[in-house]
Design a protein around this ligand. Structure first.
Ligand code: SF4
Length: 340
């Protein structure tokens, strides 16, 4: 089955200048690949600076990749081609639902613009009918009651639902959520995840869910990819990646998650408290040689600083990039870890 949206070996480098005018290259994402399928959710988990947001923006075509390809329905998206048609198929949802809605416009107007972009032939009455339908699809019922509200009259959760309704207005195939629940009240995060899950499973949307929160990834997604310092380090079905991590970094993340069964209760700081105790995430200007995790890895061997570990396939779609798999020491990571 062809993926709806894929990143194929994409890298993104940014050139930055310091105060005295010297330029350096930030290697924000390197050789990342991911496939999004209809009716499935892939979570990308990582610390800030891991490259996960850059990856979402590459998939949303807010950035052009430095190298590699984005493919929609299997066809490479040409560099510089119009983004408008693309954004009818691929929509990105940001963290901050307040910043994403125009505060001077009522909900109706925010949705109306998207509906007009979707189909210019829609008349006023039809757009209104569809706006109500969209609001009800994201459980703002009755939809009529929300049409004339301004964003500031809504709760954070209601605003994020309006943002999702607006994304759905153009009938996309793919939703990319960049930490879509992290700025919402803890009490409503679960409901939002249920909504995303429903849109994917019942309506067949392909979804990317970017998060720092392992518990929410485990709750809502089908597959997980872990990113560290701009690279993908482990990926596969969630029960394998989160339930029995094969990579030392994932293991650290899972162990540092205060309660992997409590969704959305971890702040960014809690989630990475243990990981950070091992040291700062590496610079993306001069990333560590070999395995980028080696300065923080409790299992590091001399080879780890010298050569990048290859991808090892562990079966059932589970893979990891770590030398331990190659030298037959994977069992040191944990008793129920799979080895190659
Ligand atoms: Fe640790 Fe080496 Fe594996 Fe990297 S390759 S995660 S440094 S053991």
């Amino acid at each position: 089955e062809v993926a709806v949206l894929s990143a194929v070996d994409v890298s993104k480098h940014f050139v930055v200048r310091n105060a005295v005018g010297n330029s350096s290259v930030v290697r924000a994402v390197e050789h990342a690949s991911v496939d999004l399928h209809a009716g499935r959710i892939v979570a990308v988990v990582g610390e800030s600076g891991s490259g996960k947001t850059t990856l979402a923006r590459l998939l949303a075509r807010f950035y052009e990749p430095t190298q590699g390809q984005i493919r929609l329905d299997g066809a490479p998206v040409a560099k510089g081609s119009a983004a408008r048609g693309y954004h009818q198929q691929v929509q990105l949802i940001f963290q901050d639902p307040f910043g994403s809605l125009n505060p001077v416009h009522r909900v109706r107007h925010n949705l109306d613009r998207a509906l007009r972009i979707h189909d210019r032939r829609l008349g006023r009455a039809e757009r209104r009918r569809r706006a109500v339908e969209l609001l009800e699809r994201v459980s703002l019922t009755p939809g009529e009651d929300f049409l004339d509200k301004f964003p500031h009259e809504l709760s954070g959760g209601q605003r994020q639902r309006v943002v999702i309704a607006r994304a759905l207005a153009v009938a996309p195939k793919v939703l990319l959520g960049d930490e879509p629940i992290s700025m919402l009240d803890v009490s409503i995060r679960l409901e939002m995840l249920n909504l995303l899950g429903r849109l994917s499973r019942e309506e067949g949307l392909a979804m990317l869910y970017i998060t720092h929160d392992i518990a929410s990834a485990r709750y809502v997604c089908d597959d997980v990819v872990v990113m560290y310092a701009g690279q993908m380090t482990e990926g596969g079905p969630k029960d394998r990646v989160i339930g029995a991590p094969a990579h030392p970094y994932t293991k650290l993340l899972v162990e540092s998650s205060p309660d992997p069964d409590r969704v959305g209760t971890t702040s960014r700081d809690d989630q990475f408290a243990d990981a950070e105790a091992l040291g700062e995430p590496p610079s993306l200007i001069e990333p560590p040689t070999g395995c980028r995790f080696h300065p923080r890895c409790p299992f590091a061997m001399s080879r780890c600083a010298e050569e990048e570990p290859p991808r090892t396939d562990l079966g059932d779609g589970h893979w990891s990039r770590c030398w331990l798999h190659q030298v037959g020491r994977a069992d040191e990571i944990g008793a129920d870890t799979y080895s190659a």
